[in-house]
Write a protein that binds this ligand. Sequence first.
Ligand SMILES: Nc1nc2c(ncn2[C@@H]2O[C@H](COP(=O)(O)OP(=O)(O)O)[C@@H](O)[C@H]2O)c(=O)[nH]1
Ligand SMILES: [Mg+2]
Length: 302
Amino acid sequence: MGFFDKIKAGLTKTRDALSNTLDNVFSGFSEIDDDFYDELEESLIIADLGVDTAVKATDSLRKTIKEQHLKTTEEAKTALKEILVEMLNVGDTALNLSTKPSVILVIGVNGVGKTTTIGKIATQLKSQGKNVLLVAGDTFRAAAADQLEIWAERSGSGIVRQSEGADPASVVYDGIQSAKAKGADVIIIDTAGRLHNKTNLMNELNKISRIVERELPNSAKEVLLVLDGTTGQNGLIQAKQFKEIAGVTAIALTKLDGTAKGGIVIAVADSLQIPVKFVGVGEKADDLMPFEAKDFVEALLQ
Ligand SMILES: Nc1nc2c(ncn2[C@@H]2O[C@H](COP(=O)(O)OP(=O)(O)O)[C@@H](O)[C@H]2O)c(=O)[nH]1
Ligand SMILES: [Mg+2]
């Protein structure tokens, strides 16, 4: 299944919720008037674009419709799709893995799907012939490293771990040495996400970043923030906090299969101005997809 069909299946709940409202807007109105814009804005908010992004999208549409003298709601729908795609285009959606090794530091609160996402990315990179090393930087619970180890075996990646309670920065140091010795192409670092203790988390992530910077000054680095799509606007608040404490370069939105609020993807990209690089639509290895804005919007609004 290609991206379009998979994302379409993954967005079923969102589309079902939207079709009640958006279909009313696009087929219920014979002309484009103020009521049309009000209804449209409301349905975008229902899809979890958030008030700011929904207002912005509706305002852009108003402007486009005026400038291009659009008359029908069908033309308006096409214009809206283009506007949403534009809002999603805030940077390169491919991971920068241009050096050997490259580093992906994966951050986010507990339970959002970090470890699973790492396993899925490792599987994909392996299938592209890359040598992947996973680093178990979540030392908070032994189960976290065990879970990562299962993904390492499943994907055919290497793993570096230490015992429960070890200093995450020291595990990362070990991981980098091992990656250098073995000639790994990509190092993926798992972390614990205890956001309720913001200062600790900030210190921990800073320490890890410093080690990576010191040991691999010239390597390509991504800081991938994983967000649970089902948490909607709360996820956005989390994301803003993480953006403050770590230089986030990429976002993965997971569990879109379990939510009717898939519009959160647009809210996140637009309000953070950080590209969404992956979306997760299930628990299996191939349920994580490199993001494509055009297909996403098409699947959302079809
Ligand atoms: N339905 C669904 N479940 C997911 C997805 N991504 C992760 N999960 C599940 O979410 C739960 C938490 O994931 P985990 O990777 O342990 O989160 P972590 O604490 O951030 O490392 C697990 O049961 C995963 O299988 C997804 O895209 N869709
Ligand atoms: Mg984990």
